[in-house]
Design a binder for this molecule. Structure first.
Ligand code: COA
Ligand code: AMP
Length: 631
């Protein structure tokens, strides 16, 4: 029966155990839970305690066993190589079972970690699900991260095996993943026992005989293996995300709560039925890829698309429309930045007219604030509801959305709509008072969070409490600021920490600053996210040099740009830095990054009362004007 949003939301908050127990009935459990919510050790809540299940079984085998084995599960479309493939649930289950057998025969056991550093190819998803099948914990690392970032993740989660590919293809560039991987392993203190490398036709990588196997070699002699029952709260994966320090945070996701929440969201948030094609144009290296390229659609019995390309340039700004029409995509999900890229190249939307998009019902956007211009352009050109929804790596699925499968609400531009059932969202001030409608403050979620949200940070329970649970006891701190209006609509305005959002990718300015300070001539640095028409924000660096440095400034800037690219990765899009005599600070020494950002973006700002020397702000403005900002 269709509920109204108010009824569903109210039930999820007043009787969460009943609400989620009902949702969990739709999945397969080897042993039923004995408590829906174990709240005996807050803030470490556990969903479906005592239950035993397997996420891979629910994503693949269940559909085969229920007679849907011949339905399409995976569509691989790679405009950068010209390859297109389709796999049914049965075919994909068989591939996953075999690869899981290969991992098991090489000693991978339940609880072992496996890093996956791969481009968007079917083997990446096979590797994820194979880990899930045998209870190993995968940690996918986005290919646009540099070896140093990969090394930090290797040292943190200590993988037994790393699975990678000989190369990735970025438009016309071939990225030598294997070389990056070898360098990362060299940098890391911890060494994996084995690497499995998918050799691709475009480029075959040289192998290290003592440590590396090709994908094909790994499969030699392997036997398919069945799914292993795991505890509901056993980790399914670790996904690293930027934190406020340079060190990434390893978000840990469980099996049971995750599968229940994702399956529920496919119907109630996205309104897709089993058998339909659902497409999230993201990368498996991000949470969107985990939840809505891999797990959500497969758990719901949908066909999902692995797209190895970009919104523009592979080969043109019509590729999204080609795919939607070719595979009859019902619901499409991407980041606003992808639409801005398309709109820039095809403002009239003439490529859209070439394709039959009549099967498309709605477009969901997330990853960054959806600017009203982009939303309106997409609405006008596609003629479907365009839904901004808000979530984070930590939550794994939407905190706020227009729940199309419950009761589609009106769309308010600039808002991510209302709290999704399960999330008791509040806006709070520094005095821990909940704020009335319309007032800006810290956005928090009352504990317990719903199923599917993070369990903890990998090997860092205290860091989990310090980062998320201690500022406002009883609430999860989202580190986003904003307000809720009279109608309950959420407006997400900015981050309250030093995270910036570059083309939908989350980056820590602290990590970039650490790279800038590693330059021998740099005494101090600051990084801000300046507004960018395409990417939303891009990082801009400020460097204060050590006294007596006579290296040409242009050379220092060139070097720090190279440092960031080599150590964090090209994905940081760090291309601009200026040299200044001093940084604006408060009298207590805090750098006024917020004010600098406002100056860069030519926004109004009030002179901070605590600034030590207001004249510095003029110097910052002049430096920014030289590189095209603050005009
Ligand atoms: N492996 C290796 N390198 C990668 C990579 C990967 N998987 N992904 C990106 N890079 C590189 C790119 O080649 C580029 O390198 P360059 O500086 O040599 O050109 C750099 O990282 C920045 O990439 P990107 O952020 O993709 O910017 P772009 O200018 O190439 O393309 C967009 C701009 C808007 C088209 C692109 O950012 C995009 O498609 N965004 C969608 C965002 C998204 O999916 N977000 C996920 C959350 S939903
Ligand atoms: P990530 O963990 O990479 O998914 O990034 C999460 C962050 O991206 C959030 O905390 C927000 O700052 C931002 N974000 C994601 N979706 C939205 C949205 N719809 N509106 C505004 N900000 C968003």
């Amino acid at each position: 029966m269709q509920h109204s949003y108010e009824t569903a939301y109210g039930k999820s908050i007043d009787s969460p155990e009943q609400f989620w127990a009902d949702a969990a009935e739709n999945l397969h459990w080897y042993t039923k839970w004995n408590r829906v919510l174990d709240d005996t050790n807050p803030p470490f809540y556990r969903w479906f305690a005592g239950g035993k299940t397997n996420t891979c079984y629910n994503a693949l085998d269940r559909h085969v066993d229920e007679g849907r084995g011949n339905d399409t599960a995976i569509i691989y479309d790679s405009p950068v190589t010209g390859v297109k493939e389709r796999f049914t649930f049965r075919e994909f289950r068989d591939k996953v079972a075999l690869f899981a057998g290969a991992l098991q025969s090489r000693g991978v056991r339940k609880g072992d970690r496996v890093i996956i550093y791969m481009p968007m190819i079917p083997e990446a998803v096979i590797a994820m699900l194979a880990c899930a099948r045998i209870g190993a914990i995968h940690s996918v690392v986005f290919g646009g991260f540099a070896p140093h970032e990969l090394a930090v993740r290797i040292d943190d989660c200590k993988p037994k095996v790393i699975i990678s590919a000989s190369c990735g293809i970025e438009k016309d560039k071939v990225i030598d993943y294997k070389r990056l991987l070898d360098f990362a392993i060299e940098l890391a203190h911890f060494k994996p026992e084995m690497c499995i490398i998918r050799q691709r036709e475009k480029f075959r990588a040289p192998l290290n005989e003592d440590r590396d196997l090709t994908w094909k070699q790994a499969l030699l002699g392997a036997e398919p293996v069945p799914c292993i029952p795991v505890e509901s709260s056993d980790p399914l994966y670790i996904l690293y995300t930027s934190g406020t320090t340079g060190k990434p945070k390893g978000v840990v996701r469980d099996n049971g709560g995750h599968m229940v929440a994702l399956k529920w969201s496919m119907k109630h948030v996205y309104n897709v039925k089993p058998g339909e094609t659902y497409w999230a144009a993201s990368d498996i290296g991000w949470v969107v890829g985990h939840s809505y390229i891999v797990y959500g659609p497969l758990l719901n019995g949908n066909a999902t698309i692995i797209f190895e390309g970009k919104p523009v340039g592979t080969p043109d700004p019509g590729v999204f429309w080609r795919i939607i029409s070719e595979y009859n995509v019902s619901v499409f999900f991407t980041a606003p930045t992808a639409f801005r890229a398309i709109k820039k190249e095809d403002p009239k939307g003439s490529y859209i007219e070439k394709y039959d998009l009549s099967g498309l019902r709605s477009l969901f956007l997330a990853g960054e604030r959806a600017d009203p211009d982009t939303v309106q352009w997409a609405e006008e050109k596609l003629n479907v509801p365009v839904i901004d929804h808000w979530w984070q790596t930590e939550t794994g699925w939407a905190i706020a959305a227009n729940c199309m499968g419950i009761e589609p609400g009106k769309i308010k531009y600039g808002s991510a709509s209302k709290a999704v059932p399960g999330y008791n969202v509040k806006v709070i001030n520094q005095s821990k008072e909940e704020l009335p409608a319309g007032q800006m403050g810290d956005i928090v979620i009352r504990n317990p969070l719903p199923p599917g949200t993070m369990l903890t940070l990998w090997n860092a329970d205290n860091h989990f409490i310090d980062s998320y649970m201690s500022k406002y006891p009883g609430y999860y701190l989202t580190s986003d600021a904003g307000y809720i209006d009279e109608d309950g609509y959420l407006f997400i305005m900015s981050r309250t920490d030093d995270i910036i959002n570059v083309a939908g990718h989350r980056l820590s300015t602290g990590a970039i600053e650490a790279e800038l300070c590693a330059h021998p001539d740099v005494a101090e640095s600051a990084v801000i996210g300046a507004a960018d028409e395409l990417k939303g924000e891009v990082p801009v660096g400020f460097l204060v040099l050590k006294s007596g440095v006579d290296t040409p400034h242009s050379q220092i800037i060139k070097h720090v740009i190279e440092f960031v690219r080599e150590n964090i990765g090209p994905v940081a899009s760090f291309k601009q830095a200026v040299i200044v005599d001093r940084l604006p600070k408060t009298r207590s020494g805090k750098i006024l990054r917020g004010t600098m950002r406002k100056i860069a973006n030519s926004e109004e700002y009030t002179m901070p009362a605590t600034i030590d020397d207001p004249v510095i702000l003029d110097e910052i403005k002049e430096a920014l004007q030289l590189i095209g900002y603050a005009n």
